[in-house]
Design a protein around this ligand. Structure first.
Ligand SMILES: [Zn+2]
Length: 269
């Protein structure tokens, strides 16, 4: 039924899923261009010297092995879509990560790598044609898999202390307007005297899916999860602090989540 056109670019880097698919994880490639990213995602024996970048120390030997990685799809700047690993297989894009308390995100996720230099290459804008293609691909996956728009998340959501992608320039609101993600209304929160605000925020982040220990303290993982949340929903200020606007957006998303989970909701967007 799909009307999407794919360019086949198969990778040998995959294995078998251990679980049913219920997530779509969006990434940026963070490399110089599409061809270099595709080479890396399909390389069965990558070495450091083949993929130079600002992340590499000059003393690193050129033959130092890199981890094998892959993805299901790569979306180029002109809107072209490469199919790299079959959706039924487990691609290797999530790395060390966790969502809803589960560590093996690769087993449950479809990975989409969006060609963009990212933070290492000047954080370029995402062209409209590319975002249109991402939206079409995500909507197609959600419809085929019977998933709602809340199942589309960022690599930075599942690895907040390690990853920034697809980055604060990624237009999540545009995706949400097209039914390919969610976007919160702002619901102002009145803090009660003596309330454990950090505890409340940690509980809200956990309900959204962030794998976060409920420590009640403003620790490094909490700050990182808040920054991941802000990177998606309040990209103008990503400081990991609990301000009024961040609390209002968390409350708005909690409200949306209740609507999505309600039996009256027909699942349409
Ligand atoms: Zn990523």
């Amino acid at each position: 039924m799909s009307t999407l056109a794919f360019i086949e670019r198969p990778s040998p880097n995959f294995d078998a899923r251990a679980r049913v698919i219920d997530l779509v994880v969006l990434h940026y490639t963070g490399m110089q261009d599409a061809e270099i990213a595709l080479a890396r995602l399909t390389d069965p024996a990558p070495v450091a010297g083949a993929y130079p970048g600002p992340w590499q120390s000059e003393s690193a030997p050129a033959d130092a092995p890199l981890g094998r990685v892959s993805t299901h799809y790569v979306v180029g700047e002109a809107g072209e879509i490469w199919r790299v690993v079959d959706e039924e297989e487990r691609a290797w894009h999530a790395g060390v990560s966790s969502w809803e308390g589960e560590g093996d995100v690769n087993s449950r996720a479809i990975g989409i790598e969006i060609v963009n230099g990212g933070h290492d290459f000047g954080l370029p804008d995402f062209p409209d044609a590319q975002i249109d293609a991402v939206i079409a691909l995500v909507r197609d996956i959600l419809a085929r898999r019977g998933l709602d728009a809340s199942r589309v998340i960022a690599h930075s959501d599942i690895a907040p202390e390690r990853k920034l992608d697809p980055g604060e320039k990624f237009p999540w609101k545009r995706l949400a307007d097209a039914g390919a993600s969610i976007w919160p209304a702002s619901v102002p929160v009145a803090t009660r005297a003596g309330e454990d605000v950090v505890g409340r925020v940690q509980a809200q982040l956990k309900r959204l899916g962030y794998s976060l220990e409920q420590s009640g303290a403003m620790d490094a993982p909490t700050r990182a999860a808040l920054m991941a949340f802000q990177r998606r929903f309040r990209p103008t200020l990503i400081d990991g602090l609990i301000d009024e606007e961040t609390q209002a957006l968390l409350a708005g998303l909690a409200l949306k989540q209740r609507t999505l989970n309600s039996p009256q909701f027909d699942g349409g967007f």
